[in-house]
Design a protein around this ligand. Sequence first.
Ligand SMILES: [Zn+2]
Length: 82
Amino acid sequence: MTPNFHHGAPPPKPFRPLTLIRCPAGAALPFVCLSPDLLSCMTHYYNRRTTPCEQPKCEACDAHIPYRWHSYLAGYNPNTRE
Ligand SMILES: [Zn+2]
């Protein structure tokens, strides 16, 4: 495979990625919830990375790595307008 070299920087991306903000356990964040429901999945910390559980055939489950529940929702922070 041949590298594809360019002169100059690439053009800006057309959208800005969303920022993931973690809420500490027992804390509250000043967000207005925009999601009607949680988007969740089980994850493993496996091979030094957080990876989704891929049941029914999951390499991390086969290695007896414990799983954690991760859940996401969209929120709006009226203080920062983000
Ligand atoms: Zn798994």
